[in-house]
Design a protein around this ligand. Structure first.
Ligand SMILES: CC(=O)CC(=O)SCCNC(=O)CCNC(=O)[C@H](O)C(C)(C)COP(=O)(O)OP(=O)(O)OC[C@H]1O[C@@H](n2cnc3c(N)ncnc32)[C@H](O)[C@@H]1OP(=O)(O)O
Ligand SMILES: NC(=O)C1=CN([C@@H]2O[C@H](COP(=O)(O)OP(=O)(O)OC[C@H]3O[C@@H](n4cnc5c(N)ncnc54)[C@H](OP(=O)(O)O)[C@@H]3O)[C@@H](O)[C@H]2O)C=CC1
Length: 291
């Protein structure tokens, strides 16, 4: 089997980046979101992404145009059913993901491979609610997708070798590097990264440092490209909280308890860059700390 057509479900920051990278690599891409405005915003971001590459002479203008033309908007989710590969990149909520796979189920082609870009949720559990756990995998991209080199590949208990090899091939074709992770809460990257971010939030909560001093300390003291609070805003505080909850519930260890301050920000709807407020306020010219 060769993968040529790809459906991306969810046109948020991850879905947009995934669609951009796949279309650039020559795949025919269908993009769907329950919010039609979000799809239009994603198309605008993708176009900007290609323009950025063209301006740096990393992409030929004709190739950029051709890549853009390979992205189609799916009016309804079920239109994606017969495609070769579906990448679910909707909100980090198990009920939403299950609902998407359940809706797709009667419309899927016999060969269609289902994947999820989940940051933390059990692949085996998501797969078990579909009709094809052997053709189901975790396909975890990093943010921002066009820049980050890594894709985590996570096999569920029933994932077959053919599916794994096909997805390994896809990672090579899009010019990225795969790392294999076992199916345990939050896999590798987020098992390590999110407790670090959560600890940074505790450091703020306990008054050990300010937003600025914590981020400066980690940027200049450990050479991280972004401070942990800036990175949390970049990922999305709702996504960070969802991952911490999966770690806390799945591993039953208090060391994964989400910081109450993270919970408070999410309850306020201050989700980081995407809502223009989180640990920083992005509404002005320059981000300024919100506490
Ligand atoms: C939560 C999960 O499930 C998993 C995750 O994703 S965890 C999060 C993983 N991501 C990270 O840790 C990101 C950490 N941050 C970084 O690596 C960097 O800050 C960054 C790459 C995002 C930006 O880098 P920077 O040096 O501050 O800014 P900038 O110079 O503007 O960008 C660097 C390059 O990336 C490109 N870039 C930056 N943001 C981009 C975007 N959103 N889309 C496309 N390209 C982008 C820039 O064009 C630039 O390219 P060149 O080097 O070719 O000129
Ligand atoms: N943010 C990050 O750094 C990373 C996130 N991920 C994972 O990727 C996934 C998406 O995250 P991200 O892009 O940040 O989230 P966003 O909130 O930016 O985007 C999610 C999108 O999914 C849409 N959506 C919600 N329900 C449905 C549905 N039933 N059908 C179709 N679309 C739906 C949302 O619409 P609406 O807003 O209207 O609800 C929203 O547009 C999550 O699983 C997350 O854990 C993985 C790696 C990194």
């Amino acid at each position: 089997m060769e993968i040529r057509t790809v459906g991306v479900v969810g046109a948020g920051q991850m879905g947009a980046g995934i669609a951009q990278v796949f279309a650039q690599a020559g795949y025919e891409v269908s993009l769907f979101d329950i919010n039609a405005e979000q799809v239009q915003a994603a198309l605008g971001k993708i176009e900007e992404g290609y323009e950025r590459l063209v301006s740096k002479e990393r992409l030929d203008p004709a190739e950029a145009k051709a890549a853009m033309a390979r992205i189609k908007v799916a009016e309804v989710l079920t239109d994606m059913g017969p495609l070769d590969l579906i990448i679910e990149a909707a909100t980090e909520d198990e009920r939403i993901k299950n609902k998407i796979f359940a809706e797709l189920r009667p419309h899927l082609g016999p060969q269609t491979i289902l994947t999820t870009n989940t940051s933390s949720i059990s692949i085996t559990r998501l797969a078990s609610a579909t009709d094809r756990p052997e053709r189901f995998m975790g396909f975890h991209f990093m943010n921002p997708v066009p820049v980050m080199q890594l894709v985590e590949l996570i096999r569920g208990i029933a994932t077959d070798e053919e599916t794994f090899q096909l997805l390994k091939g896809v990672v090579e074709k899009i010019g990225k590097t795969a790392a294999n992770a076992e199916d345990f809460p939050a896999f590798i990257v987020n098992r390590i990264l999110l407790p670090m971010i959560n600890e940074a939030i505790y450091t703020l909560y306990e008054g050990v440092g300010t937003v600025e001093s914590i981020d400066t300390a980690m940027k200049l003291g450990t050479n991280h490209p972004m401070g942990p609070l800036e990175l949390a805003d970049f990922i999305g505080l709702d996504v960070c909280l969802a991952i911490m909850n999966v770690l806390h519930d799945g591993l039953a260890d208090t060391k994964y308890r989400p910081c109450p301050l993270l919970v408070k920000y999410v309850e306020a709807g201050w989700l980081g860059r995407k809502t223009k407020r989180g640990f920083y306020d992005y509404r002005g010219e320059k981000p300024v700390p919100t506490r």
